[in-house]
Design a binder for this molecule. Structure first.
Ligand code: ITT
Length: 191
């Protein structure tokens, strides 16, 4: 079985991706390879940040690895929080970040938003990129407690519930991350 490092410190992402990848590939965590570094994420785009994370691990450890850079883009906020999704309020507290989006969206009628995910994988030193997105809207009130981050205020198009009200398997069928991981798995199966 092929072993891949998933370069993330977000345990929710790890759980989602592990469930999507199943047992075809063995995922190793940063902890398992002894990496406790604060991996830089200084890019202006999801792609730049994803590349930065996976290349950092490749350069330091020469291990096949991939990373996910993702976030919420709200149309009425000119694409914010975007690449700053994990620290939009200045803090890494998901609750504070969610509250800030809710307060900025108070009284805004165009509620369109999307989640984006870019996966960068470095295999034998060569990088490949995969993208996924899901359209939806920011709800007026929060609901649900599953998932993470902005899930309680994001309702995917065609659904009456937020991501945080869905069972993990359902979010994992339609999410931005699921779509990017599906492309990644298709690619890995051809290697
Ligand atoms: P790593 O960089 O260690 O992977 P991170 O959480 O810092 O972890 P990102 O820089 O990619 O990851 O930021 C992603 C943020 O976007 C995440 O912290 C959430 O706030 C938000 N986000 C991404 N995917 C999400 C999802 O499926 N549901 C809810 N919020 C999500």
């Amino acid at each position: 079985m092929r072993t891949l490092v998933f370069a993330t410190n977000n345990k929710h992402k790890l759980e989602e991706v592990q469930a999507l990848i199943g047992n075809k590939f063995q995922l190793k965590t940063l902890e398992e390879i002894g990496c406790t570094d604060d991996i830089p994420e200084t890019g202006d785009t999801f792609q730049d940040n994803a590349s930065q994370k996976s290349r950092y691990i490749w350069d330091r450890f020469q291990i096949d690895c991939f990373s996910d850079d993702s976030g919420l883009e709200v149309k009425a906020l000119n694409g914010e929080p975007g690449v700053y999704s994990a620290r939009y309020s200045g803090s890494r507290d998901p609750e504070e970040n969610l509250q800030l989006v809710m307060s900025k969206m108070k009284d805004v009628s165009d509620r369109s938003a999307s989640f984006k995910c870019v996966i960068s994988i470095v295999l034998d030193g060569k990088e490949h990129l995969f993208e996924g997105s899901v359209e939806g809207e920011i709800t007026n009130t929060r609901s649900g407690s599953a998932g993470f981050g902005y899930d309680p205020i994001f309702k995917p198009q065609g659904y009456d519930v937020s991501f945080a009200e869905m069972p993990a398997e359902e979010k994992n069928r339609i999410s931005h991350r699921a779509r990017a991981v599906e492309k990644l798995v298709g690619f890995l199966n051809q290697q």
